[in-house]
Ligand binder design. Structure first.
Ligand SMILES: [Zn+2]
Length: 216
């Protein structure tokens, strides 16, 4: 009864609408059917780490609408958009039928975190972990602030994030676990590569990555 009243009040205060085109929808889901159908799936990408190791990176779509707007919403402090991305990522990737023990968000430097108030990757990872019945652990820490990758070319991006992460947590708890790195956007893959280089030596059972969009 209480839940019914809460849902009723919530729907009166904020009727469900599509996060991209804003039309009213019946269900509390992120996007309307038309916008969902606009999402063009892309293939899983094998990001080279070393000569023999690769990281499988799964994305819902290329960096285009309607998901692009949900990613950019972080710049306006819109945390709800991050949760909407998580919803789409859960239903539009293979995550729901893969073994996942720990979701690991790509961290923000504390200064950027303080400015934005939240880390979009962390919000997404937390919701994905909840959906999977898994853990969300912030196992990586930025050792230094980096420049915005968007302003740099491919070589500069790789240098900008080189050895930027350090591991924090109990290394033994990673061994034998299925790990999923989480970020909102993959551009060149330089950031995910640096993160994977930290986690792979800890011998997880598997390591993969999931992002909402991948620049192609
Ligand atoms: Zn829509």
């Amino acid at each position: 009864m209480v839940k019914y009243v809460v849902d009723l009040v919530r729907s009166l205060l904020s009727p469900p609408h599509c996060a991209y085109c804003y039309i009213s929808i019946d269900e509390r889901q992120p996007l309307c059917t038309a916008c969902l159908q606009c999402i063009q799936p892309i293939v899983t990408y094998n990001l080279a780490l070393t000569r023999k190791d690769t990281l499988m990176v799964e994305a819902v779509s290329a960096y285009q609408e309607p998901l692009r707007s949900l990613i950019l919403a972080k710049n306006y402090g819109n945390k709800v958009a991050s949760r909407q991305l998580a919803h789409v990522m859960w239903y539009q990737t293979s995550l729901s039928y893969r073994a996942c023990d720990i979701f690991v968000p790509i961290p923000l430097h504390w200064r950027r975190y303080a400015w934005r108030g939240f880390n979009q990757a962390e919000v997404i990872a937390s919701d994905l972990a909840h959906a999977a019945g898994a853990q969300c652990l912030s196992l990586l820490q930025r050792q230094r602030a980096t420049m915005f990758q968007a302003h740099l070319n491919i070589e500069e991006r790789a240098t900008n994030v080189k050895e930027v992460f350090m591991f924090k947590g109990d290394a033994k708890s990673i061994t034998g676990k299925h790990l999923v790195l989480v970020d909102d956007l993959m551009t060149t893959g330089a950031t995910l590569r640096e993160a994977a280089k930290i986690l792979l030596p800890l011998q997880p059972a598997s390591l993969r990555a999931v992002v909402a969009c991948r620049v192609i």
